[in-house]
Design a protein around this ligand. Sequence first.
Ligand code: SF4
Length: 368
Amino acid sequence: MSFYTKLKEINTLSFDELFENVTNRDVEKVLKKDRLSEQDFMTLLSPAAENYLEEMAQKSHEITTQHFGKTMQLFLPLYLSDYCVNTCKYCSFSVDNDFPRRRLSMEEIEQEAKIIADMGIKHIILLSGESRMHSSNAYLKESLKVLKKYFSSIGLEIQPLDTEEYQELVDHGIDGLTVYQEVYNEEIYAGIHTKGPKRDFKYRLDTPERGAFAGMRSVNIAALLGLDDWRKESFITGLHAAYLQDNYLETEVGVSFPRIRPNAGDFQPKVDVTDKNLVQALLASRLFLPRSGITISTRETPEFRDQLIPLGVTKMSAASSTVVGGYTEPDATQSQFEISDERSVKEVKELLLAKGYQPVMKDWHILS
Ligand code: SF4
């Protein structure tokens, strides 16, 4: 079984027509329900639902508080390497972009870890460009020996791996997997991923499932908003998350809403996704997926992130660097993309407390 089978079915739908045919009355009916069907989810992503964002926000806030309390988990990304073998038109690390590449040594990883841990952060995500040679399992296992001294939860956002490879990393202390499909439209996917193993759409699509099967405690998925119609992409992301939840009951499934940011290749998004669009996607997803974690990163501005806090978000990054070695030396090399919110962890924590939210630095501890 694979989500690919479901995706083939979804692709037979006439999205434009379905979204346009939704009426205000349809939206009002959905807002009275406790559990939403796939059809209801689509209704909340429609243009008609734009008139009901206030009602959706109230409901989303209630549901999120019921399931998560007024808490916000804080985490940071740690970039290990910017070597990549793929060409992705929207990313600075693309193999075609010429800049001095870097991979951290164990000493450099420890230095970065100390700086992050000193900020009070206990959850990190290890990131790298996609290169089996530079971010091999052997290298990651060495890194974990260092990092487990500092962090209680360590997630992974690197090249997709086979199930056994994930199992090996779970055994050594990795507990979460983040993998973005980028775009669920296979044709657009082929047009922007022009070189490298990432061209294999189905292998990437099945990656979250391999991670869940391998025993990852959490799996986080997303579409990169701006590559295709955001309503359709958000709908498919929600269905993909529901598929994973239904098949892997012990895995915490989360979704993110990354929008394309400026990058070294000057790629321009096909679709302009406004703040209002992003809010609608987030609210509809929360109402369809009441148990899912929802992450908002520092791609978004401080003002916008502040507004999103009560709407259903459960995880935020803070004081992030998207540069390899960037906590030790901020301008060491090329960033993967520009960030918009440069506030410190302390400032974000103070803001959360002022809004009545408890910042959570640690809710899990690696046992191995
Ligand atoms: S998005 Fe990932 S795979 Fe694509 S170029 Fe960037 S780092 Fe490499």
